[in-house]
Design a protein around this ligand. Structure first.
Ligand SMILES: CC(C)(COP(=O)(O)OP(=O)(O)OC[C@H]1O[C@@H](n2cnc3c(N)ncnc32)[C@H](O)[C@@H]1OP(=O)(O)O)[C@@H](O)C(=O)NCCC(=O)NCCS
Length: 185
């Protein structure tokens, strides 16, 4: 059975299922070396890069899981980035939450704003018990996003010669409001 991902609206953003119409915008975003600085991937090889993103867009990750594109409510034709909720390393059983935005969109709180309805969906609709995120130890902006949305830092792990910080958010902590969460602005 296929399951259509829901669309969400937040104060400033529309968070909607990613489709092949977003392919070029996604490729352009990844080609910015600042955006993919802390993310291993085939960014430098145009053919492999496109094949990778196409495959990701077409993959059925399971009920309620996948990628959402983020656009401004005021300019729905303007791609800002995406949020993902997919099996960890493609296989699970843990479920990864992730975010990637074009550089022009950074510094507005959009990552946290767009992640909020995806987390509510993950816990309340999909029924996940927890979500995880491994973030390169040097990726201070992303670590801030994880902390701001209430994820708990589980410490450092090594993968492929890179040091990551392993974050987790349990459904229970999300519903109750985590003690570590920064106040909303
Ligand atoms: C990670 C990434 C999404 C973070 O983007 P960002 O714009 O720094 O993060 P946010 O959208 O949460 O914005 C936070 C900043 O916006 C500003 N801001 C403005 N209004 C805000 C609001 N209402 N709420 C929160 N922050 C707000 C603040 O300056 C804040 O910075 P601070 O935490 O230093 O005070 C972005 O850097 C990115 O796409 N990086 C490349 C891809 C990547 O590394 N992804 C993660 C892989 S693990």
């Amino acid at each position: 059975m296929t399951y259509d991902l829901p669309t969400f609206q937040t104060k400033h953003l529309i968070v909607k299922p990613r489709t092949l119409l977003d392919l070029q915008a996604c490729l352009a975003m990844d080609r910015d070396p600042e955006v993919t600085r802390y993310i291993p991937g085939p960014w430098a090889d145009p053919d492999r890069h496109e094949a990778f993103v196409r495959a990701r867009i077409k993959t059925d990750f399971g009920p309620g899981l996948g990628y959402w594109s983020v656009v401004p409510r005021e300019r729905p034709d303007c791609f800002l980035g995406w949020i993902l909720l997919i099996p960890y390393e493609g296989i699970g059983p843990e479920i990864d939450i992730g975010w990637r935005f074009v550089r022009e969109a950074w510094g507005n709180g959009y990552a946290g704003e767009a992640t909020a309805p995806v987390l509510a969906h993950a816990f309340q609709t999909v029924g996940l018990e927890r979500v995880v995120a491994d973030i390169d130890d040097r990726n201070a902006r992303s670590i801030k996003v994880a902390t701001r949305i209430g994820m708990a830092d589980q410490g450092r792990i090594e993968k492929g010669g890179i040091t990551y910080r392993s974050f987790v958010l349990a459904a229970q902590d999300h519903m109750q409001g985590s003690a570590g969460r920064l106040p909303p602005r």
